[in-house]
Design a protein around this ligand. Structure first.
Ligand SMILES: Cc1cc2nc3c(=O)[nH]c(=O)nc-3n(C[C@H](O)[C@H](O)[C@H](O)COP(=O)(O)OP(=O)(O)OC[C@H]3O[C@@H](n4cnc5c(N)ncnc54)[C@H](O)[C@@H]3O)c2cc1C
Length: 422
């Protein structure tokens, strides 16, 4: 059986960066990808705006992916494409990974570590309980994007978009450019879910209306969508009776959230964070299962691909350190207030780790203006940053150096947010 130091699941930007870093640091590495080509979701993102942090350039998704694919190929790191990982089992200090592809059928490989870089999936109409029949013409935004950008089909001519997530916003513009009429984007919350730059560049620039505090309560049509019923919603996002409005359309595009792909993590019994829906990790990007790492959108849904790449790089580096040294861990929880934060990643700090650099990613629960975010250890402030405004769609990043801290397990490590102190 072929044996590796690091096996990376997924050849999206997270997996490519993880594989590249692991190989650069001397780990025998293999990247597994279920699709026929590497690049992940970036293959279908033909708009620009990728790579501003990573390459200081505005690249399209395929261009960004291509740069990493080239770097991986230049290092002769194998990417096994059209190969699906169906099962992972831990056997003492190694993992047995069951793979399937059309060349070899079902087969197994072994690895000292695994990096879960298998991305996220979109929520569907079933998950948000829309009533009505199930006609054709209802797509998630990513599927509509795949139809237009990869297959060259226009999935509808006159549509509504439900949810103001970034992919939906980008698709509002894309459908308009391809000649479809986008009647409006309907969002149940009182504030948009997508990045401000996408609201401006994808809706306002094209006169596409954004309707807040509204949702679709029924889809009408038997074979094909003929319309939707839109209702206003109250502060608990419950539809308000008597506000029903019929909107005729032949397509419904759903942009109602992304969820990390965590089947493999769950099958290994790895603790999943109820806020991110991805695995809990320590600051080395290792999950609570020794030897399993997680990065990119499989860990938590990132807003920028540059951060996806960054997390992949760290996971790759630390997986090799683990594969070669099999280090013992001692974890301290990163505490947060759920009233202030949607989530914080990593969820733990490994106080025995030689790596003293911590990168924390967080999102605020609501829009907060003029706030101070502090990291406290043993009630002492070790980091402070002021923010003029924090919005849930915009992920924040904090870098910490723990070298000076003599950490022990019984002391509290927490992140706090205070208002009115800008
Ligand atoms: C529509 C859309 C627009 C976006 N626009 C922007 C933007 O403008 N700017 C920006 O910075 N970011 C943008 N992003 C975000 C960016 O594309 C993602 O953050 C990034 O692609 C996530 O990378 P990833 O490697 O974690 O996951 P993915 O790109 O999803 O890659 C995961 C890979 O894992 C593979 N995989 C999954 N399970 C298995 C398995 N069991 N076996 C083998 N392989 C498996 C999948 O096939 C996939 O190739 C956008 C995302 C989307 C969806």
């Amino acid at each position: 059986m072929e044996t590796y130091d690091v096996v990376v699941l997924g050849a999206g930007p997270a997996g490519l960066a993880a594989g590249l870093e692991a190989a650069k640091r001397g780990g025998k590495t293999l990247i597994i990808e279920r699709e026929s080509r590497p690049g992940g979701i970036l293959k279908q993102c033909i708009h620009d705006g990728f790579g501003l942090i990573e390459f200081k350039e505005k690249l399209s998704g395929p261009e960004y992916a291509e740069r990493y694919i080239r770097m991986v190929r230049d290092k002769n790191i194998p990417i096994m494409t059209s190969t699906f990982a169906t099962k992972v089992l831990k056997d003492k200090d190694k993992f047995i990974i069951t793979l399937v592809n059309s060349n070899k059928g079902v087969f197994e490989i072994e690895s000292k570590t695994m990096i879960l870089a298998n991305g996220c999936r979109e929520r569907t109409s079933k998950q948000i309980f829309i009533h009505g029949s199930r006609p054709s013409g209802v797509y998630t935004a990513g599927t509509a994007q795949y139809f237009i950008n990869i297959l060259g089909y226009l999935p509808c001519k006159k549509c509504v978009i439900l949810g103001s997530g970034d992919i939906g916003l980008i698709m509002a513009r894309r459908l308009t450019l391809e000649g479809a009429k986008v009647i409006g984007v309907y969002e149940a919350k009182t504030t948009p879910s997508g990045l401000t730059r996408n609201i401006v560049q994808c809706l306002y620039d094209y006169d596409i209306p954004l309707y807040l505090s509204r949702t679709i309560t029924r889809i009408i049509g038997d074979d094909r969508v003929e319309g939707v019923i839109i209702n206003e919603v109250d502060e608990n996002m419950k539809p308000i009776k008597g506000t029903e409005k019929l909107v005729e359309c032949d397509g419904v595009i759903l942009s109602v959230g992304l969820i990390p792909e965590n089947e493999i993590a769950e099958s290994l019994g790895i603790e999943i964070d109820k806020f991110t829906k991805g695995p809990c990790v320590d600051h080395n990007f290792m999950t609570l299962e020794d030897g399993v790492f997680s990065c990119g959108n499989a860990l938590h849904v990132n807003d920028l691909v540059d951060y996806v790449t960054e997390s992949g790089r760290y996971a790759g580096e630390r997986a090799v350190v683990y594969a070669k040294n099999n280090i013992e861990k001692n974890l301290v929880k990163v505490n947060m207030s759920v009233n202030d934060f949607l989530y914080v990643v990593p969820q733990y700090i490994d106080i025995t780790s030689n790596n003293k650099k911590v990168v924390l990613y967080f999102r605020s629960r609501e829009i907060r203006k003029n706030v101070v975010v502090q990291i406290k250890y043993d009630n002492k402030i070790v980091f402070t940053r002021k923010y003029r405004v924090l919005r849930p769609p915009e992920m924040q990043r904090i870098e910490l150096d723990l070298t000076e801290l003599k950490m022990s397990k019984d002391k509290d490590f927490c992140i706090v947010m205070k208002e009115g102190q800008y």
